[in-house]
Design a binder for this molecule. Structure first.
Ligand code: SF4
Ligand code: MG
Length: 330
């Protein structure tokens, strides 16, 4: 069980020490064990920020994080056994395997590092054996451990990142656009590997993506984010069959096929506004065909809707916008 709560004041201190950017706000998300929750939205909507807040790469200035009943809000600043014991239970996989693997280390050292750091394997022989097993689990061979990251393709490097993440025997993986840098054909292989590993190890995923086709392939539940807030949460079936929020509909009209080469999207109109100075009321109102006076003034809260799911939209709440009854994608 995992919560990012206390919706009203989540602020993020970005890398630049003085720029205080309100990048996520009102994100209250709960993920059940064994589930894949996808966080989707265009780039700049705050998805990666949520991931970095969870793993402690960014500091939370307000709000709370819970992991399996433990308050982990300040975990990144804590040291000691208890923090390490919790910390090893969740791991992050990044978009760019080129940047996240140390180019000067052999693959075996990269994967053995968490085994050492978390005292999972204390002997060198134990680590060697475990590294070999992990490489085989991700579709590489034990012999690949002797090579360096630059000797592998992008897809293979992402397999190495996954092996390293699994070394901790984590329960929860936060995957930030894990296949976005890869070719479409390789992308499908990595997604299938991730599904297999999930089943095999009972993993829970928070899967971050801008790509609705990828999300459709992976997620049990989907949270759509717009400008740092959740616009809609629903099961995969509900979201694709009866999208409610106007922004969700806009994203869905632009879904390319996972197998088609042509990935151009035509359905998205307008640009994501600057998060430093978001529009008043519903921040989607400048792009929304259903916007009215109330929308420009009042922030919509995320509310449960009939038939399941939650939506933050005045138009849906007022019944001005019905659910689209058939799938807008094939
Ligand atoms: Fe559109 Fe209004 Fe709903 Fe925002 S609250 S998505 S502007 S109808
Ligand atoms: Mg991102």
């Amino acid at each position: 069980h995992f919560d990012v709560s206390r919706p009203w004041l989540n602020r993020v201190l970005e890398r630049q020490p003085r720029l205080m950017l309100r990048a996520v706000d009102g994100v209250n998300l709960s993920i059940r064990r064994g589930e894949t929750v996808a966080l989707v939205g265009e780039s700049g909507c705050g998805k990666s920020t949520v991931a970095r807040l969870i793993v402690g790469l960014y500091g939370l200035t307000a709000g709370k994080l819970f992991f399996d009943g433990n308050d982990i809000t300040g975990l990144s600043r804590l040291s000691g056994r208890r923090a390490a014991a919790i910390r090893r239970r969740f791991q992050m996989i990044f978009q760019d395997p080129y940047a996240s693997l140390n180019p000067l280390w052999r693959v075996s050292s990269i994967i053995a590092e968490p085994l050492k750091f978390f005292d999972i394997e204390t002997s060198a022989a134990g680590r060697r054996r475990r590294v070999g097993e992990l490489l085989e689990q991700v579709g590489l061979s034990a012999a690949d451990g002797a090579r360096y990251p630059h000797e592998f393709s992008g897809g293979q490097r992402q397999r190495i990142s996954i092996a390293r993440a699994l070394a901790n025997e984590p329960e929860f993986l936060i995957c930030d656009e894990p296949t976005s840098a890869l070719d479409v054909s390789v992308q499908a292989q990595i997604l299938n590997l991730m599904s297999d590993l999930q089943e095999r190890h009972g993993l829970t995923y928070l899967f971050i993506s801008h790509d609705m086709a990828v999300v459709k392939h992976m997620a049990d539940r989907i949270a759509v984010m717009y400008l740092g807030r959740i616009a809609e949460i629903a099961s995969r079936e509900k979201l694709f069959q009866t999208p409610r929020h106007p922004y969700t509909r806009m994203l869905l009209t632009a879904v390319p096929s996972l197998t088609k080469r042509d990935r151009t999207r035509t359905g998205i109109e307008g640009e994501v506004p600057n998060p430093v100075n978001p529009p008043s009321g519903c921040s989607f109102h400048p792009r929304c065909p259903f916007a009215n006076e109330r929308c420009r003034r009042e922030l919509p809260e995320l509310r449960s809707v009939a038939g399941g799911g939650e939506v933050a939209c005045h138009g849906v709440e007022e019944g001005r916008i019905g659910a689209v009854s058939e799938s807008v994608t094939s």
